[in-house]
Design a protein around this ligand. Structure first.
Ligand code: B12
Ligand code: SF4
Length: 514
């Protein structure tokens, strides 16, 4: 059986208004290792008789921008395009395949997925199409209507294998496989969400399948990797799930409770990276520091020691739960753990240890951030943790503010601007680079909020999925219409980024350091 994984082209969303410059309204990220592809391909090839190929359409042909849809948005139009390889460029792979696998995590890719599924079925009507990821698993019927045959709900480790085995055997019985949605004679069958797999049983990332792309994995997430850090880089996940329950986040519903990998398993993955010449990591765990709350302090320290011993430079691209870095007993930052996680040395002329992090402050527009989410602390304590991290000599820090909650108006935006600038000043006073990245609050399927409020948006997800990606406003607030909210975010950006940074961001969807 021939199994093809396709990483679809990027979304490129432009807001066009009369008399104003066009404005890119989404972050565009391309040159990174695709974690879902690397894992799903590894899962598939564990099934005897399955041949695996993969194509990353985001990383190639980035000059190619093809319009696929326009829609009215406030006083202008949104122009939605695909950026990357053309559909036509994968015809021969689609003809070769028996199974097509897609991962659709961000909802904003839904219409690209829909068009690609239709295209793939036209090229090869016998294809079985499987789609997983955050958006597909929580909007399974939408993706089945697009033409997908199976939706993978939750973790794919067991589901993926079982499903492929069943298809290989010619069986039509799938209703005993937990983690699937599909139509059986027009009737929806939903076997629930698959969560809680043993992370040590997960196969290693299928780097060999992407070996030609590895040299292109040279960009981290916000702006650029410092020049003194070796490229290419790899993505590393050592835990899965989360025991917190922030109401805007999909992770707890998607993966369930926090679990972690053994040191031996992590070491194997790191050895694999080294064998491909990779010495830099983007650590993407949703809440790595929550190991502390699980009573796994020693494990966290051992992980950090091992990564250092093995000579890796790394950044915490998803950040840490800031509150976990606070020593409650002594009422100060947990200096010991911060030194372990964020420290570095120079070995043989190379940076070994932490060079950067995303610092998830999230709701700086609130006077008391700690009342918004359990994972946050008061602003002054957050700053203390930030200073403690900077003392370790990290080179760059990005920090966010999620704006556009129902109560947000001018006062909140002013406070956000003031605090983001204050943070930049602090970061720069340590000789590091700071980058403020305000995000638009979006209510997503699979979140606590989504269950209550998804249908109240002026631009519902079913019709306008492109707007659900943290940089466009599918809704307004009590004080702003969607258009005014967009303007407020632009103004905030112009207050916390310099002219060049704003131009780059608004014109290309890419951040840059000052
Ligand atoms: C790493 C990450 C990124 C990376 C990589 C992209 C990616 N993988 O999607 C980067 C930084 C590029 C990224 C960017 C964005 N992201 Co992001 N990202 C994540 C994060 C933290 C982990 C996802 C991941 O890679 N996990 C590891 C892989 C292995 O797991 P997985 O994809 O879930 O796959 C497993 C299963 O789902 C299943 N599976 C999936 N597909 C398939 C297919 C088959 C056939 C099978 C069998 C199984 C299967 O099996 C896999 C193994 O268990 C998630 C949060 C989360 N915990 O999910 C957010 C998340 C996916 N991101 C999100 C968003 C919104 C974005 C952005 C739009 C944010 C922004 N404004 O910039 C951008 C857009 C992406 C882009 N390229 O421009 C949202 C999506 C929510 C939604 N429904 O829209 C999430 C869920 C975070 C959140 N806020 O809740 N992201
Ligand atoms: S935002 Fe972070 S801490 Fe909160 S539920 Fe999601 S993963 Fe957990």
């Amino acid at each position: 059986m021939n199994f093809l994984f396709v990483e679809l082209p990027s979304l490129h969303l432009v807001w066009r208004r009369s008399g104003l410059e066009d404005r890119v309204c989404n972050v565009i990220r391309t040159n990174y290792p695709k974690p879902s592809a690397l894992l799903v391909c590894a899962i598939a090839r564990e099934v005897p008789g399955v041949n695996v190929k993969a194509v990353d359409m985001k990383i190639h042909n980035q000059d190619c921008i093809i319009l696929y849809r326009e829609f009215g948005y406030e006083d202008g139009i949104m122009i939605a395009s695909r950026m990357g390889s053309t559909f036509e460029s994968v015809i021969s792979q689609l003809e070769w395949a028996d199974v097509l696998a897609l991962t659709i995590n961000p909802a904003s890719w839904a219409n690209i997925a829909s068009d690609f599924i239709a295209f793939a079925k036209q090229i090869n009507p016998n294809l079985k199409i499987m789609v997983g990821g955050s958006d597909a698993m929580f909007r399974a019927e939408t993706y089945l209507r697009f033409g997908a045959d199976f939706i993978i709900r939750g973790e794919g480790e067991y589901v993926g294998k079982k499903l492929l085995e069943r298809l290989m055997s010619g069986s039509n019985k799938f209703n005993d496989i937990v983690g699937l949605a599909y139509y059986d004679n027009g009737r929806l069958v939903d076997t629930g969400i698959s969560r809680g797999c043993n992370l040590d049983d997960t196969p290693l990332q299928a780097l060999d399948i992407f070996k030609d792309d590895i040299p292109l994995w040279n960009n981290n997430i916000e702006a650029y990797v410092p020049t003194n850090i070796r490229k290419p880089l790899a993505f590393l996940f050592m835990t899965q799930g989360c025991n917190q329950a922030c109401d805007f986040c999909t992770t707890p519903q998607k993966y369930g409770r926090l679990r972690f990998r053994s040191l031996a398993r992590i070491r194997k993955e790191l050895e694999l990276f080294i064998s491909y010449g990779i010495h830099t990591l983007n650590i993407w765990d949703d809440s790595l520091s929550s190991l502390l709350r699980l009573g796994e302090r020693d494990h966290l320290i051992a992980i950090s020691n091992m990564i250092h011993e093995m000579g890796f430079a790394y950044e915490f691209s998803q950040g840490m739960v800031i509150k976990d870095l606070w020593d409650v007993e002594h009422n100060c930052p947990d200096y010991e753990i911060i030194a372990r996680l964020y420290g570095h040395t120079i070995r043989d002329g190379q940076w070994v240890g932490c060079y950067g992090e995303y610092f998830p402050t999230e709701f700086l527009q609130e006077v008391n951030t700690s009342t918004i989410e359990r994972k946050l602390m008061t602003y002054d304590k957050e700053l203390e943790v930030m200073r403690a991290i900077l003392e370790q000599g990290v080179q760059e820090l990005s920090y966010s503010c999620i704006v556009g909650r129902a109560t947000d108006g001018d006062t909140q935006f002013d406070l956000a601007a003031q605090r983001l600038n204050e943070m930049t000043e602090i970061v720069e006073s340590y000789g590091a680079k700071g980058l403020a990245t305000p995000f638009m609050f979006s209510i997503l399927p699979g979140t606590i909020l989504g269950r209550k409020e998804l249908t109240n948006c002026q631009y519902p997800i079913a019709d306008f999925p492109e707007l659900y990606q943290f940089n466009a406003a599918p809704h307004g607030t009590q004080h702003y219409s969607p258009k005014e909210l967009m303007a407020a975010k632009d103004k905030l950006e112009s207050r916390v980024l310099n002219f060049g940074q704003c131009q780059k961001w608004w014109q290309t969807g890419r951040y840059q350091w000052k």
